[in-house]
Design a protein around this ligand. Structure first.
Ligand code: TEU
Ligand code: CA
Length: 569
């Protein structure tokens, strides 16, 4: 595999609205981010992905952009943005913007002009259809956030398509003018000195040639939008063009948010000369995908997590580099989702960090993950901010769940879980703001916060620092970044173990997610011998050792161990 500058880096996702508020209005902002750059530097972060900070009505918290060339004043100014890029650079940190171009906001100038003149230039920027006199919609597709994908184009006799919220009209990528605008914007931001983009919801830009109905899958008579994605062919033409015209000239780093790519498409997306540098490994999300709604998601435990991880590596092999995650702004907290109530302790959180972080791929840490932040209990529907969660609540009630049951579902799945204020200290509002936070903080901030963990050698935060340092250690870096991923298939329940095989060294990574001591048999060496022992490079404070071909782990133990081969007799 051709080596790239970003392969050995560590990335961190910031959700600006919830990261740090600098002026007491309860909303995180760019000056807040700047004030925490030293914290990120000390942690060992090289790449920062900023969730959207463009001008936006914030209907979907910034994933609905009304001006791609302006910063929303709640987050700051363009001057603040320039300062952030420059200050980050001084610390060796590269900034990634979020590229949200499947749709814009209904408050974008293009959409307003389309309403004024649907048959004119800007009408062609969107997917418009004439309204049927009988009121039948063009298709029965359900938007990701609930309800039909079609909405009346204000002031006209037409409908427009929105695969997400109605305030997020889909841009018509078939129109070369739209693509030209997108590429122009990408180049404009690259000129500002950013390192590249995380690319939002990109699989949705290609629609099928023929718009048709699919069998309804819920009582609302609608069908999942995924059906139309399956019929869409030829996304590669758009993505290849974007790569060549916008990314390549700047050698931009790009991380695609790709769900539902088709069988065999992985090499096209992130192989040599792929459309993107990398894409996220969403195998856990794909595993749990809802049937009838969020309440119907398949629970993920440690064994499911391990199986997803192993199959993802099998699938990607040497094709490219995944970006690895345990959470992001759309998911519940990794520690809450993957560790059940009985095992959610600091050792297990550090074990989880270990097994995900030392995989092959580019690790992304989501803000607060590094201190083991957890889901927040949702007490009432009024507390919900996220549009997707509000819909999921309704879907659960319509399906016959009680209010209590529906809220329980939301407490485990709501996107708000990831969006509560970052927990900096045990001061009021977790040290996030001196005002009233836009979203209630998790009441556990007195126990879980950066300040407390910074001073403690055995904290989750200290463990992340050690993981990052190990990944960058010249003695092991080559193996951790490029070594093969060899799963220990016979791990057993609630255990995860794999080898990273480099040119001349093998590192075992293992985690025990039970309170009891466990032993896992290791695969044999290439020439059929057992591993004799090993040097612990990192552990989570619990004991781990290798002897006679197996690894022994304390309850909740996790470690990275440099394996020693038995000398040939
Ligand atoms: O998410 C895209 C996506 O595929 C969603 O369906 C995601 O699975 C869902 O939000 C889970 O509830 C991206 C962004 O990450 C998300 O925050 C935005 O809301 C969405 O695009 C629209 O821009
Ligand atoms: Ca603010």
């Amino acid at each position: 595999m051709e080596k790239k500058w970003w392969h050995d880096k560590v990335a961190y996702q910031i959700y600006p609205k919830s990261f740090m508020d600098s002026n007491g209005d309860g909303i995180g902002d760019l000056q807040g981010v700047i004030s925490k750059l030293d914290y990120l530097k000390e942690l060992g972060v090289d790449i920062v992905w900023l969730s959207p900070i463009y001008q936006s009505p914030l209907a979907d918290e910034g994933y609905d952009i009304s001006d791609y060339y302006a910063i929303d004043q709640r987050f700051g100014s363009m001057q603040d943005m320039e300062e952030l890029i420059a200050e980050a650079k001084k610390r060796g940190i590269t900034i990634l913007m979020d590229l949200v171009v499947n749709h814009c906001s209904d408050e974008h100038e293009w959409f307003k002009k389309a309403c004024e003149d649907p048959d004119g230039k800007y009408g062609k920027f969107f997917y418009l259809r004439d309204k049927d006199p009988e009121g039948k919609l063009p298709t029965n597709w359900r938007s990701y956030f609930g309800g039909p994908c079609w909405e009346q184009l204000p002031g006209t006799g037409k409908l427009y398509l929105h695969v997400f919220h109605k305030k997020q009209p889909d841009l018509n990528w078939e129109n070369p003018e739209v693509r030209k605008e997108v590429y122009k914007n990408i180049r404009w931001w690259m000129e500002k000195g950013i390192g590249g983009f995380r690319i939002d919801a990109i699989i949705n830009i290609k629609k099928p040639e023929v718009f048709r109905d699919y069998p309804a899958d819920r009582d609302d008579g609608l069908c999942s939008i995924i059906n139309m994605l399956k019929d869409a062919r030829g996304i590669g033409e758009f993505l290849g063009e974007m790569r060549d015209k916008a990314f390549k000239p700047y050698d931009a780093f790009t991380a695609g948010e790709v769900f539902n790519e088709k069988e065999g498409e992985l090499p096209l997306f992130i192989g040599e000369n792929g459309y993107f540098s990398t894409m996220f490994d969403f195998s856990v999300e794909m595993y749990e995908r809802e049937g009838r709604g969020w309440f119907d998601k398949r629970p993920v435990d440690i064994d499911a997590f391990r199986d997803c991880m192993f199959s993802a590596h099998k699938k990607i092999g040497d094709i490219g580099f995944y970006s690895t995650i345990i959470e992001n702004h759309d998911e519940p907290r990794g520690a809450s989702r993957l560790l059940n109530d009985e095992i959610r302790n600091e050792s297990a959180k550090k074990a989880l960090a270990t097994v995900y972080f030392l995989r092959r791929g580019l690790p992304f840490i989501y803000q607060g993950q590094e201190i083991g932040m957890e889901n927040k209990k949702i007490r009432s529907v009024e507390e919900l901010d996220d549009i997707s969660s509000i819909d999921a609540y309704k879907v659960a009630i319509d399906a016959g769940l009680t209010e209590e049951e529906a809220l329980k579902t939301l407490s485990s799945h709501s996107r708000d879980n990831a969006r509560t204020p970052m927990q900096w200290s045990d001061e009021m509002h977790a040290g996030f703001t001196t005002g009233e936070p836009w979203l209630r903080e998790n009441p556990n901030y007195a126990a879980i916060n950066v300040k407390e963990q910074q001073g403690r050698e055995d904290s989750v935060l200290s463990h992340y620092k050690k993981l990052i340092a190990l990944r960058k250690d010249p003695a092991y870096k080559e193996t951790i970044v490029y070594g093969d991923f060899v799963p220990c298939e016979n791990c057993g329940g609630s255990l995860i173990a794999y080898l990273r095989k480099g040119v001349d060294q093998t590192i075992l990574v293992a985690g025990n997610f039970t309170p009891d001591e466990k032993t896992v048999e290791l695969p044999l060496t290439a020439d059929g011998r057992r591993y004799a022992g090993g040097k612990v490079l990192l552990d989570n404070g619990r004991e781990a050792s290798v002897e006679d071909g197996s690894v022994r782990l304390d309850g909740f133990g996790a470690a990275a161990i440099l394996l020693e081969e038995l000398k040939k007799s």
